[in-house]
Ligand binder design. Structure first.
Ligand SMILES: [Zn+2]
Ligand SMILES: [Zn+2]
Length: 196
């Protein structure tokens, strides 16, 4: 039974993940602290809220769930449930960070990046779940990603080759739009003059 409440906690997390992002992140349009932080993440794609703030909030929420749950039911229910929420949250944080920072290396990794970056760069009204599309489907905010056009200045490092162009292996999923930044253009290689 403990395992059941743990799994229920993980499942509840996926709804919190969707709800935080959809209602608090986007529909609040910058009126809450979380919403401002989230919109900043959209404007500067490699911006993430400070880890210390996240850990403090997570401990507060998980502690509250444990205590309130213990009063309403019992500690043997609320503790595994809260633990499930905590594990779900940690996995989400890791997944979201790796979507932005590391190249996909599996079917799921490719899917999750396309789902999330179509939210960032195609239409922010859709695809608010990060680890799963379930709640997007339930709340009708799911949109199947087409080729995603990523502004060059916001492009994830893993999307680019050493010349700052789109890496060939991602050409069927992504395109770059906007000007090539001067910082990304390599100076021409120095060529030695042939000896006279
Ligand atoms: Zn993101
Ligand atoms: Zn968003």
């Amino acid at each position: 039974m403990i395992f059941f409440y743990f799994v229920l906690g993980v499942a509840a997390w996926t709804l919190i993940e969707y709800g935080m992002h959809h209602w608090n992140g986007h529909l609040m349009k910058g009126k809450t602290h979380f919403s401002r932080e989230h919109l900043r993440h959209h404007v500067k794609a490699n911006y993430f809220s400070p880890m210390a703030d996240k850990v403090k909030l997570a401990l507060f929420v998980i502690g509250s769930i444990t205590l309130v749950g213990a009063v309403l039911t019992s500690l043997s229910v609320s503790l595994p449930f809260a633990l499930g929420v905590g594990v779900g949250y940690s996995v989400y944080e890791y997944v979201h960070w790796s979507l932005h920072m590391t190249a996909p290396n599996s079917w799921y990794a490719r899917w999750a990046r396309r789902h999330h970056f179509s939210h960032h760069f195609t239409d922010a009204r859709f695809n608010h779940g990060v680890t799963t599309p379930v709640w997007d489907i339930v709340f009708r905010t799911y949109r199947s990603p087409q080729v995603i056009r990523v502004p060059r200045k916001l492009a994830m490092g893993w999307l680019l080759d050493e010349n700052g162009d789109l890496a060939e292996q991602f050409a069927s999923d992504y395109q770059l739009k906007g000007r090539v930044s001067r910082a990304l253009i390599k100076p021409p290689k120095y060529q030695e003059r042939p000896a006279a």
